[in-house]
Design a protein around this ligand. Structure first.
Ligand code: ADP
Length: 599
């Protein structure tokens, strides 16, 4: 069987996505592979298809113990025999599985990195041949990354003691060049075939919001756009996770919490409730989500700004993995910045000053994103060193915003002059106080009331000036030194504004409640709801997540095309032979029944 046939037969897809074929062929030809794809890009197929086609076992090294069962279940749903080995197994189950592996009963074994160098595993694989080793979430090997997992360092030891070295494939969604280099070096990849796919996610609507009542906005937003769809809300602290969950529950939503301070059983139960569509919303800290492959998450809201663009994009990227439209809202308030700085300053593991500077710079990039007036999707791509092929995506919060812009060149000149007059020696708060003519004791003691720009913006609110300064930073006229108490400095580009050679414009609606308008993408065919109910029923019976039966995208296509024969059903994207066998008749019956009722 060829890769393409396997794609059709098992997964029900007729075409590979970008990068998949290159990575699959590399492994089939016995070469190493390195796949960098955005979340939802389809990494799993890149190792599952070679696993199917190669003669012996494939080991998938994964850090995500809690999800292994899920992944194995999803594979068996499409007729691929798989199992997993991690610390959750008792002795007896482990022994049975090892026997099963020896007897060649499984094609794919998911394994936690910590288990690789245990006696029983080493012993087993000294006799049982391995065709291919896939390293999932390969960025966990990076010490500097946010998901560092020390046991990833042991993968090479394991490989070297095997009777021979199988091809190794490494896959991740984290794409900074430093991390890519580290992965290649630390895994000792040998001339890997690389595929780095664009980070562009066309189906995601990005938006940055500065609203005064975040909680109410969330309630209105979900009620209006996603009353029944799954969503994740990320908060910066455990406390805010709990209070927001409570608020949502009181507002009538099915919401649960997830954070590191909960008992692990409770955490797991809540995570499963979310994966299995038993709860609509999960409110979580960043402890939640690595590797969550629930494909039908329709919105990811950041209640607070996270610490950098990589973390943001990875978390937001959990929306819309099935390719259907989804929303990523970042709710931003200036307080988030001080909270993030506090975290950097109080991180006891952070002793290297150079590293600290990097963290401050990374934070600044995300702050700049929050103040950007350009296309947000293009901004993200540029951050990941891509050159976007479009200027406007016509879909993000900035591209669809029609609020008039006002000329703020004079205000900008006043601000820049003030930074100059205080000799580029002070931070944001002081500069604002000087501009507003504050009588604060420190201002008076330092004689800052004597500078010529003192009080020249007394008719502006603190918040408005802050917003304008942030905009000047985001657009590269000012910068903040990367410290806990950053100082504002002028950049060369500021001269053009000061001399009046350049004009500056800013959106008027700095802090207003704004509604998102994107109604077409929320259209659902009339059969969608009843078919979704059917999917949920089947999922409950089988104790698998609903999306493991059909993804939202597949379900949508079924609802639109209403296939009434097995052949037509098989033509639906996401329906392979096994799914046709298992669910074809049930869904076809339901469609006929619905047509009889609804016409
Ligand atoms: P990730 O890269 O985040 O691990 P997954 O492997 O979970 O992404 O894939 C995301 C979704 O895309 C899944 O629902 C998967 O079935 C789907 N998918 C993967 N490859 C294809 C393809 N060639 N055609 C259509 N859908 C695909």
């Amino acid at each position: 069987m060829k890769a393409h046939q396997a794609l059709q037969k098992y997964f029900g897809y007729s075409e590979f996505r970008d990068g998949q074929e290159t990575l699959i062929n590399a492994i089939l030809e016995g070469k190493d592979a390195l796949g960098i794809m955005p979340t939802g890009g389809g990494k799993s197929l890149c190792y599952q298809i070679p696993a199917l086609l190669l003669p012996h076992i494939t080991l998938v090294i994964s850090p995500l113990i809690s999800l292994m069962k899920d992944q194995v279940d999803s594979l068996s749903e499409i007729g691929i025999s798989a199992t997993f080995i991690n610390s959750t197994l008792d002795e007896e189950t482990l022994r049975e599985r090892l026997i099963g592996i020896r007897e060649n009963r499984f094609k794919i074994i998911y394994i936690a990195p910590e288990r690789l160098n245990t006696y029983s595993i080493r012993n087993l694989f000294s006799a049982v041949p391995i065709s291919f080793i896939a390293v999932d979430e390969a960025h966990c090997i990076s010490k500097w990354g946010h998901d560092f997992r020390p046991a990833y360092g042991e993968i090479v030891d394991f490989v070297y003691q095997l009777p021979y070295r199988p091809p190794i494939g490494a896959y991740t969604a984290t794409a900074t060049l430093d991390v890519i280099d580290e992965i290649k070096q630390l895994l000792h990849l040998q001339a890997p075939i690389e595929s780095i796919i664009s980070f562009d996610r066309k189906n995601l609507t990005f938006e940055v919001l500065k609203v005064s009542d975040k909680r109410q906005y969330i309630v209105d937003f979900i009620k209006r756009f996603y009353p029944k769809d799954a969503g994740i809300i990320y908060c910066a602290t455990r406390k805010s996770v709990e209070t927001l969950t409570e608020f949502l529950q009181k507002s009538g939503f099915n919401a649960l919490s997830y954070h590191g301070g909960m008992l692990s059983d409770d955490r797991e139960a809540n995570q499963n409730a979310f994966i299995f569509d038993k709860t609509q919303i999960i409110v979580a800290t960043n402890a939640f989500g690595m590797g969550i492959d629930k494909s039908n998450v329709r919105f990811v809201i950041h209640y607070n700004m996270p610490q950098n663009m990589e973390a943001y994009y990875q978390e937001a990227g959990r929306a819309g993995r099935d390719g259907d439209p989804a929303h990523c809202l970042l709710m931003y308030s200036p307080r988030d910045i001080s909270n993030q700085k506090y975290l950097i300053e109080n991180n006891e593991f952070l002793v290297d000053p150079e590293r600290k500077t990097i963290l401050y710079q990374n934070l600044q990039s995300l702050i700049d994103y929050c103040h950007s007036e350009e296309c947000l999707r293009a901004d993200i791509l540029r951050y990941f060193s891509e050159v976007p092929s479009f200027e406007s995506c016509d879909n993000c919060g900035n591209c669809t915003n029609t609020t008039p812009k006002i000329n703020i060149t004079i205000e900008a000149q006043k601000i820049l002059s003030c930074v100059y007059r205080v000799e580029q020696n002070y931070g944001l708060t002081t500069v604002i106080q000087v501009l507003r003519g504050s009588k604060n004791q420190q201002i008076l003691e330092r004689n800052l009331d004597k500078v010529s720009t003192y009080g020249i913006m007394s008719n502006y609110s603190d918040r408005a000036i802050r917003e304008m300064i942030m905009t000047l930073i985001a657009r590269g006229y000012l910068y903040q030194t990367p410290d806990a108490r950053p100082i504002l400095k002028l950049k060369n580009e500021a001269k053009a504004i000061l001399k009046g050679e350049k004009q500056l414009f800013h959106r008027q609606d700095l802090i207003v409640h704004r509604e998102v308008s994107n109604p077409e993408s929320h259209y659902r065919a009339p059969f969608y709801e009843p078919l979704r109910e059917l999917r949920l029923e089947l999922a409950r019976e089988r104790d698998v997540p609903a999306y493991a039966i059909f993804t939202d995208a597949t379900l949508r296509e079924i609802a639109e095309l209403k296939p009434k024969t097995p052949g037509a059903f098989l033509n639906i994207k996401g329906v392979g032979m096994k799914k046709l066998d298992q669910y074809g008749a049930i869904f076809i019956d339901k469609i006929k029944e619905l047509e009889a009722i609804m016409g």
